[in-house]
Design a protein around this ligand. Structure first.
Ligand code: SF4
Length: 256
């Protein structure tokens, strides 16, 4: 069975999501926030050689990985030394897409097509978006950069299509909460239109995506009033047409 290893490039973040405890603390690990040194990254990757289980590598835990000043170099290096997937089987990137330029997208897509790794190695990019309109984005994400984030993702989808790649798969995530549930439908409509424009199939999930595919992921908010949060999530995904029945909660054993 594969094991996911998170090598956190940084615990800094460039936005302040309401639902993220990382954004509410000046330190995330009981120490000043940092950026990983390149030799730590090199050594950590080398240590994956001969690992008994297939490794799924994720360069993120609490912060925003693309904020690392040498993010591109770190990822390029990881792929360059991963011949025949000797170090990691899959690479999974979570990002808020604030620092996700066309140039960065092009580099990542080039890495995803390297001839000496399996074609699904760069497995997915999970974009944490959580809003549709500018004001709601600012309210939920704590920064006024909705237009830039949306454009970055639209550009990445267009570029992946232009290059004819099927990986990395794309998740566009929306954590349902009191400040954004009213625009879940607009969010859904917008992204369905974009994927339809490129004739790309798009799945929709209300729990952690269970397949490797492009998808919209409407996630439950974990919070102090879990009952109310679960009910709001269940009602929202019912209104989105993702379930046929209105219930108090869609949480199941193993739900994320
Ligand atoms: S982008 Fe991620 S790390 Fe940053 S505040 Fe939002 S959820 Fe937390």
């Amino acid at each position: 069975m594969a094991i996911t290893i998170n090598l956190e490039l940084t615990d800094h973040c460039n936005i302040k999501c309401k639902m993220c405890s990382q954004s509410m603390r000046s330190d995330a690990h009981g120490a000043p926030k940092k950026f990983m040194a390149f030799n730590t990254w090199q050594q950590s990757l080398q240590n994956l050689a001969g690992f008994p289980e297939p490794v799924h590598l994720c360069p993120h835990w609490l912060g925003e990985p693309t904020l690392h000043p040498r993010f591109d170099l770190f990822v390029e290096y990881a792929f360059a030394i991963n011949q025949h997937n000797r170090l990691f089987e899959k690479f999974k990137l979570h990002t808020n897409a604030v620092q996700f330029s066309k140039e960065r997208g092009r580099l990542l897509l080039q890495l995803s097509e390297l001839p000496f790794v399996a074609s699904d190695t760069f497995n997915f990019v999970h974009f944490s978006i959580d809003a549709f309109s500018k004001p709601v984005y600012k309210e939920v994400k704590g920064r006024d950069c909705r237009e830039r984030v949306y454009q970055n993702i639209v550009d990445f989808i267009a570029l992946r299509q232009e290059l004819g790649h099927t990986y990395p798969k794309i998740t566009i995530a929306f954590v349902v909460q009191p400040d954004n549930h009213h625009e879940a439908l607009a969010f859904q409509d917008f992204w369905v239109d974009i994927f339809t424009k490129y004739n790309l199939p798009l799945r929709q999930f209300y729990d952690w995506p269970s397949e490797e595919c492009d998808n919209l992921y409407f996630r439950r908010l974990n919070c102090a009033d879990q009952k109310a949060s679960d009910a709001l999530h269940a009602k929202t995904v019912f209104e989105l047409g993702l379930v046929n029945q209105l219930t108090d909660s869609l949480k199941q054993e193993g739900s994320f």
